[in-house]
Structure formats: structure tokens, C-alpha cells
Design a protein around this ligand. Structure first.
Ligand code: ADP
Ligand code: C5P
Length: 244
């Protein structure tokens, strides 16, 4: 029989631990599927919560001078294009309530060390977004909720053409060549196979208001449980005892 003070100590540290573990949401899906749109909707609806967004794009490897001269032959959709160690390190820090400096990525210069870096403070909710965030098992393990944005390939291609020609000032032939050479095969080989890890699959992306409403409701319930544990540390014991 543990003494009262021991129980109290254990429950308090459990409650602290619960509070200190942010709720991590992963949002994956093909390029231009609407991941950012879904994240923006979640953030907007969670307006009274502290939420931070981390993009996998920030962890693109820098290209060597040689790779830069033949940039059209570089596969930006392959898992090796990302510095997953650095991503893991940043996420681990945020999960343990430490601030991190996350590099900014410049799609025009293909550089990921554009200064100043973005200072990201730990938060109750951390959203990690990117085409391949479900690929690495260690990164997957950090997540409390995994969302896959499922948008038809023709819609993704149409949006990509518009985005890359208008926002990134790229030539349409370059966009189409990159799509058939790298983007489509990588989607089939690396991105689509990670859909099986998702807890929730959102058809049509940002247009799906019912899905985002349900997701936000679930996050609120989970955060509410954290808050209750902060106020009533013994609730943790009650919850454990009844295995709620
Ligand atoms: P991702 O983050 O998956 O690359 P984005 O959310 O940035 O996708 O969307 C890709 C492009 O498609 C953007 O230019 C965005 O404005 C556009 N877009 C996203 N969702 C919609 C939508 N529901 N309807 C029309 N255009 C959209
Ligand atoms: O924001 P989104 O998820 O669409 O970003 C991923 C896409 O960005 C990939 O499909 C990749 O081909 C593209 N990309 C690019 N040029 C870079 C880096 C990434 O076209 N320099």
C-alpha cells in the first residue's frame, strides 16, 4: 500500500507530465493536396488554443553546388531529400517544452538556411505538415493524431501547375517534366503507402468542413482532459483505475 504522500507525488508528476506533452498532429498527403489549407482551418478553429505549425519543407537538405547546376534532375519528393534527423531533433525539443529555431526554406534559391531562422515556441498543440511525415517510424511515433489529406491526382496536378507557375514563377514545361519524372512516381512509391498509418483520411482537403469540425472537436476533448488533470491531479489515478 503506497502512503498518501507517495500517491500524491506520483499523481502530481503524472499530471505535470501530461501537461508537458503537447498534442502532436501529423498532416500528410500529396503535394498540393490541401495540407496547408487543412492546417489553416484547424488553427483558425482552435483560436483559443496555443498552436504551432511546423513544415517538413523547412528540413529540406541544402543542395551541393553540383546539384544546383542540375537542379531539374534533383528529386525533391524522395524521402532522402529531407534531413529527418534534424526534424526529429526539433520535434523532440518541442515535445519536451523547449523552443527551437527552425530553418526557413526558399523555393527559389533551393536553400534551407535562409536567415533569420523561425523561432518556434512549445505549445499545447503542434501540427507537423508535409508530404512524407509518415514515412519515418520515429517521426510517426511522435504523433498523437495522424491525418492524411486525400485529393485526386488531377486536382493536385492542376493546383500545382497554377501554384508553381504563378507563385514560384516556374515554366509550365519544367513543372510538367518534374511531375512525370519525380512527383507522380514518388507519390505512388512513398507517399500513398503511408496512408495506412493515418487515423483519419480527409477526402477533398480544405473543402471538407465536416472533417475539420470533427478533428477540432476531438482535439478540444483531448486538451480538456489535460486541463482537468492540471486542476485535479488525482483524476489521473481515477482515470487509470478505471482505465478510461
Ligand atoms: P499543400 O499544403 O498540400 O501543398 P495547399 O493547401 O498549399 O496544399 O494547396 C495547394 C494549392 O491549391 C494552393 O495554391 C491553394 O491555394 C490551392 N487550394 C488548396 N485548397 C483548395 C481548395 N479547396 N480549392 C481550391 N484551391 C485550393
Ligand atoms: O507544399 P507541398 O507539400 O506541395 O511541397 C512539396 C513539393 O514541393 C514537392 O512535391 C516537391 O517537388 C516540391 N519542391 C519543389 N522545389 C523545391 C522543393 C520542393 O518543387 N525546391
Amino acid at each position: 500500500e503506497p502512503r498518501n504522500s507517495e500517491v500524491e507525488q506520483r499523481t502530481t508528476s503524472a499530471a505535470e507530465h501530461l501537461h508537458k506533452q503537447p498534442f502532436v498532429i501529423g498532416v500528410a498527403g500529396g503535394a498540393a493536396s490541401g495540407k496547408k489549407a487543412v492546417c489553416d482551418m484547424i488553427i483558425e478553429q482552435l483560436h483559443d488554443q496555443r498552436v504551432v505549425l511546423v513544415n517538413q519543407d523547412s528540413f529540406y537538405h541544402n543542395l551541393t553546388p553540383e546539384e544546383l547546376t542540375r537542379v531539374h534532375e534533383y528529386n525533391f519528393d524522395h524521402p532522402d531529400a529531407f534531413d529527418t534527423e534534424q526534424l526529429l531533433c526539433a520535434m523532440e525539443k518541442l515535445k519536451h517544452w523547449q523552443a527551437v529555431d527552425i530553418p526557413k526554406y526558399d523555393f527559389k534559391s533551393y536553400k534551407s538556411d535562409v536567415f533569420p531562422a523561425r523561432r518556434v515556441n512549445p505549445s499545447d498543440v503542434i501540427i507537423l505538415e508535409g508530404i512524407l511525415i509518415f514515412h519515418d517510424p520515429w517521426v510517426r511515433d511522435l504523433m498523437n493524431m495522424k491525418i492524411f489529406v486525400d485529393t485526386d491526382a488531377d486536382v493536385r496536378l492542376a493546383r500545382r501547375i497554377r501554384r508553381d507557375t504563378v507563385e514560384k514563377s516556374r515554366d509550365i514545361n519544367t513543372v510538367l517534366d518534374q511531375y512525370s519524372k519525380f512527383v507522380k512516381p514518388a507519390f505512388d512509391d512513398f507517399i500513398l503507402p503511408t496512408k495506412k498509418y493515418a487515423d483519419i483520411i480527409i477526402p477533398r482537403g480544405g473543402d471538407n468542413h465536416v472533417a475539420t469540425d470533427l478533428i477540432v472537436q476531438h482535439i478540444r476533448t483531448k486538451l480538456g482532459q489535460h486541463d482537468l488533470c492540471k486542476i485535479y491531479p488525482n483524476l489521473y489515478v481515477i482515470q487509470s483505475a478505471f482505465q478510461i
